[in-house]
Design a protein around this ligand. Structure first.
Ligand SMILES: Cc1ncc(COP(=O)(O)O)c(C=O)c1O
Length: 394
């Protein structure tokens, strides 16, 4: 099956008369079992274990996991309650005291803060590097490095990382590579095919697409995902609700179609913003002016729907846009049908989330200026999005 077909049919139950055409929502937390079928410990969970308890596994969630694995070209998937549960579960599973994590110095704020604060508190050594600088990544590797974690495009500034090159550096150093591909989605990039060991998602975003369910996922090799399930899901406990899994399954059916439209609308918006006299530094991977456009063309089959830009009077402009926009909404999150805009002041995020100073802080500032406007271009008619931006920017 090709991807648009997989999004609708992969792992669907065998066709039988009377079988419903939509996934079944199994809201049960536990399932009939017998004394010989399964033990009470996560260690007893074999590949053939029957359904037992929903934190271990659930039919609706299993369909989501299998469909995601198909879309990513991976052997197995594991769904979590949120993107944060997925990323933190993976890191807790692969790292321990004395182990070393090399992480993108710009990535989703929650993941950056989790690495710098929580993992460090448990004795994990953390080095944050600019993943677009391959020399810096290679220099950061140590004998104890267990995991290299990249995000591409990176939230919020849309800087890219070369997955194939990072996989080579990580593997040469005896480490694994995980890639947060939330903004790219499997429609744009399949990190496992480029050599990554793990791909992580916030399913809350494009995968769900409608802004009505939280979810996360990790996809990788079957044996590795089984071990991840035991520790990061059964023990840490961030299991997704079957209803959220069901909503995300519905969203996934239209993911390839939505991504084509997100890309189209974002292209219209990016070109409009680039020509606007009040704005600076407009980034969208599909713009030839994006500093990594060549990499984007190599690594992304779809340039996604995220655009960011800056302005000289960014704080005043943020207030003006929040008050005036009518089609675009001033709100966090991304990847849903509605267009969303959010302003992230550079000083705040450098201090609170990333803890960057010196050359790394200067590189961030050189890319963004004093603040980043992150625009998730939705599926409204692009003429209405442009007209709304035009009146709000005036
Ligand atoms: C790239 C990325 N990864 C992870 C997350 C965390 O996902 P969630 O909000 O589903 O916990 C986000 C959320 O914004 C994100 O943008």
């Amino acid at each position: 099956m090709r991807q648009a077909t997989q999004a609708i049919h992969a792992a669907a139950p065998e066709r039988r008369p009377g079988e419903p055409l939509t996934p079944s929502l199994v809201a049960a937390t536990s399932f009939h079992t017998n004394p010989d079928a399964v033990g009470f410990s996560a260690a007893d969970l074999g590949a053939e274990a029957p359904l037992f308890y929903t934190r271990w596994g659930n039919p609706t969630v299993a369909l989501l996991e299998q469909r995601l694995a198909a879309l990513e070209g991976g052997e197995a998937g594991l769904a979590f309650a949120s993107g944060m549960a997925a990323a933190s579960g993976l890191m807790l599973h692969r790292l321990g005291a004395g182990g070393h994590l090399v992480i993108s110095d710009v990535c989703y704020a929650g993941v950056a803060e989790f690495a710098r604060e929580t993992l460090c508190r448990f004795g994990v050594l953390v080095t944050a590097v600019d993943m677009s600088d391959l020399g810096a990544v290679a220099a950061a590797m140590r004998p104890e490095t267990r995991l290299v974690h990249a995000e591409t495009p990176a939230n919020p500034i849309l800087r890219l990382a070369d997955i194939a090159a990072l996989a080579e550096i990580a593997h040469r150093g005896g480490a694994e590579l995980s890639v947060d591909s939330t903004m790219a989605t499997p429609v744009a990039t399949r990190p496992l095919e480029l050599g990554a060991d793990w791909v992580a998602h916030s399913l809350t975003k494009y995968a769900c697409g409608h802004g009505d369910a939280l979810g996360g996922a990790v996809i990788g090799r079957a044996d590795a995902v089984a071990a991840l399930r035991r520790e990061a899901l059964i023990h840490v406990g961030g299991a997704i609700s079957p209803f959220a899994a069901w909503l995300i399954l519905r969203g996934l059916e239209t993911l390839p179609a939505r991504m084509a439209l997100h890309q189209h609308n974002a292209g219209e918006v990016a070109r409009y913003l680039q020509a606007h006299p009040r704005l600076r530094r407009v980034y969208w991977p599909g713009l030839p002016s994006h500093p990594q456009h060549e990499l984007a063309r190599r690594q992304m089959r779809n340039f996604s729907g995220m655009v960011c830009f800056a302005a000289d009077d960014d704080k005043a402009l943020a207030r003006q846009l929040a008050a005036r926009l009518r089609v675009v909404t001033y709100a966090v999150s991304l990847g849903k049908t509605q267009s969303l805009l959010f302003h992230i002041p550079t000083d705040d995020i450098l201090r609170s989330s990333f803890g960057l100073e010196g050359a790394q802080a200067a590189a961030y500032r050189a890319w963004t200026g004093e603040g980043t406007f992150r625009l998730s271009v939705g599926l409204e008619d692009p003429a209405d999005i442009l007209a709304d931006l035009e009146q709000a920017l005036r």
